[in-house]
Design a protein around this ligand. Structure first.
Ligand code: TRP
Length: 331
C-alpha cells in the first residue's frame, strides 16, 4: 500500500448530500494517510454544462473549505483546483488524439447528459471522460476512488493508457477504480429505491451537508417508512433499512448494535434519533467550514500550495508525454 498514488476529484456543482459525505469525502480522509493522494476540485469538468460564473467561483471555494473542514489535511495530500494546473488541459489534448470518436460517444454519461442538456451538447461534454483520463494519468495514479457511475470513465482511462503505451512506449501507469468498500449506499428519504441525489426535485428527499439542524430533523421526520412499527433492516423495509444505514454511518455502530438500541422503540423516536445523530455530527464540520471560509488568505495559500505540488508531479509526466509524441523541446 505504501507508495501507491490515489487520485480523485469532485465537481463544484450542486450541494453535497450526506450520501456524498459517507461515500466520498470520508473515504478520501481515510485514504490520505496511507497513500500519496491528489484531490482536485474539477472546475474544468463543471463548465461542460452551463454554470453561472459567480456561483461556480463560490462553490469552488466552499467545496475546498468543506473538504478541509472534513479532515482533508493539506500537509498529507495535494488539495487543489483543477484549472490551476494547466497540465490537465494539455494532456487532455494529447489524449484526444488516441481517443476514438466512437468510444467517446458511447459513454453512458455522455448519452445521459446529452439527453438531459439537448440544447447544449458541446464538445466539452463529449471530451469529459478524456479530461478525466488526463487527470488520472498525469499523476501515475494506481487507484481512483469513485462512485459506480464513474467506473466506465476509469475504464476508458485504462484503455487510453494502454493504447498510448503501446503506440509510444511505456509512459503511463494503468489505474484501477476503487469502488467504495464498506460504504453503505444511501437512498432518497422519499423513495428508498433511488439513490440520494444532489439534484433530486423533492426537497425532502436529500439531506445536504449545508442543512441546518431544523431542516435535518424535519427531513428525517418526513422520511418514508412502512406500515409495521419495528426498527429492523430487511429487504421488505427499504425505508427503515436506509435510515438504519444512515444511523450506522453517522453513529459509527454496526447494524446489530443499532437494531438493539432501537429494539421496542417506535418509528417516531427512531427517526428523531437518526436526525439528531446526523445533525450532531455535521454541526462541527459546518462550523469549521465557516471558519475556513472566513480566512480567505489561508484558503488561497493552501490551494496555491496544493496546485504547486500537483504541478510538479504533473509536469514530469507531461514532459515525458511531449517527448514521446515528438514535440520539439529544444536541444
Ligand atoms: N467525474 C467525476 C464525478 O463527477 C469527477 C472527476 C473529475 C473525477 N476528474 C476525476 C473523479 C478524476 C475521479 C478521477 O464524480
Amino acid at each position: 500500500m505504501e507508495g501507491k498514488t490515489v487520485y480523485s476529484a469532485v465537481q463544484p456543482t450542486g450541494s453535497l448530500t450526506i450520501g456524498n459525505y459517507v461515500g466520498a469525502i470520508r473515504n478520501w480522509v481515510e485514504l490520505q494517510s496511507g497513500y500519496n493522494c491528489f484531490f482536485a476540485i474539477a472546475d474544468l469538468h463543471a463548465i461542460t454544462v452551463r454554470q453561472d460564473p459567480a456561483e461556480l467561483r463560490r462553490r469552488t471555494v466552499e467545496l475546498a473549505a468543506l473538504y478541509l473542514a472534513c479532515g482533508i489535511d493539506p500537509a498529507q495530500c495535494a488539495l487543489y483546483v483543477q484549472s490551476h494546473v494547466p497540465a490537465h488541459a494539455e494532456l487532455a489534448w494529447v489524449l484526444n488524439t488516441v481517443t476514438y470518436v466512437g468510444e467517446a460517444s458511447r459513454m453512458t454519461q455522455f448519452k445521459d447528459k446529452s439527453a438531459k442538456h439537448a440544447d447544449n451538447i458541446n464538445m466539452g461534454l463529449m471530451d469529459y471522460p478524456v479530461l478525466m483520463a488526463a487527470d488520472i494519468l498525469l499523476y501515475r495514479t494506481d487507484l481512483v476512488p469513485v462512485g459506480a457511475d464513474q467506473k466506465q470513465h476509469v475504464e476508458l482511462a485504462r484503455d487510453l493508457a494502454l493504447r498510448f503505451n503501446n503506440r509510444y512506449g511505456e509512459t503511463f501507469t494503468v489505474p484501477e477504480p476503487l469502488i467504495g468498500r464498506n460504504t453503505a449506499k444511501i437512498s432518497s428519504l422519499q423513495d428508498p429505491s433511488k439513490k440520494m441525489s444532489k439534484s433530486d426535485e423533492n426537497p425532502n428527499a436529500s439531506v445536504f451537508l449545508s442543512d441546518d439542524r431544523d431542516a435535518i430533523l424535519r427531513k428525517f421526520k418526513r422520511a418514508v417508512t412502512d406500515s409495521d412499527n419495528c426498527v429492523r433492516a430487511s429487504s421488505e423495509k427499504p425505508g427503515i433499512t436506509n435510515l438504519l444505514n444512515i444511523y450506522c454511518a453517522f453513529a459509527g455502530v454496526t447494524l446489530e448494535e443499532a437494531e438493539r438500541t432501537f429494539d421496542g422503540k417506535g418509528y417516531g423516536e427512531f427517526k428523531l434519533a437518526v436526525g439528531e445523530t446526523v445533525a450532531d455530527r455535521l454541526a462541527p464540520v459546518q462550523a469549521e467550514q465557516r471558519r475556513i471560509l472566513a480566512d480567505k488568505a489561508y484558503l488561497s495559500e493552501t490551494l496555491a500550495a496544493g496546485a504547486e505540488r500537483a504541478s510538479r508531479a504533473a509536469g514530469r509526466t507531461l514532459g515525458k508525454v511531449f517527448r514521446k509524441v515528438g514535440f520539439y523541446r529544444g536541444e
